[in-house]
Design a protein around this ligand. Structure first.
Ligand SMILES: N[C@@H](CCC(=O)N[C@@H](CS)C(=O)NCC(=O)O)C(=O)O
Length: 113
């Protein structure tokens, strides 16, 4: 795995996060996740009625490595809300169970209260 920063990938990541209120960097697509962790986050977002952009890191190694470097987080999935990193599957599950994720989505105006 290269540790070099791929500028094109970094720019794609930054633009995607800036132009979409909710972004999930995941394995597979929202309709066909290819990892249980990614699938869990998709299910949570769908359950909350959150529209989101899914980025399939399996389509591009530079984005797969790039998002880990960008966030300084070692794994996929990675959820961004309003340009801020929220967490991976474990954090999303915990925040969903506590109600914190729904609160975040309503605070940011992404879903109605
Ligand atoms: N505990 C992690 C689980 C995610 C995880 O372990 N992801 C692995 C397998 S999908 C991963 O991204 N490995 C590095 C890679 O595949 O590039 C979470 O909360 O999201």
């Amino acid at each position: 795995m290269s540790t070099e920063v791929n500028t094109e990938a970094q720019q794609f990541i930054e633009t995607t996060i800036k132009t979409n209120p909710v972004v999930l960097f995941m394995k597979g697509t929202p309709d066909a996740p290819r990892c249980g962790f990614s699938s869990l986050v998709v299910q949570v977002l769908d359950h909350l009625g959150v529209e989101f952009a899914g980025v399939d890191v399996l389509q591009d190694e530079a984005i797969r490595d790039g998002i880990k470097a960008f966030t300084d987080w070692p794994t996929i999935p990675q959820l961004y809300v309003a340009e801020e990193f929220v967490g991976g599957a474990d954090i999303v599950r915990e925040m969903f169970q506590s109600g914190e994720l729904k609160q975040l989505m309503t605070d940011k105006g992404i879903v109605a209260a």
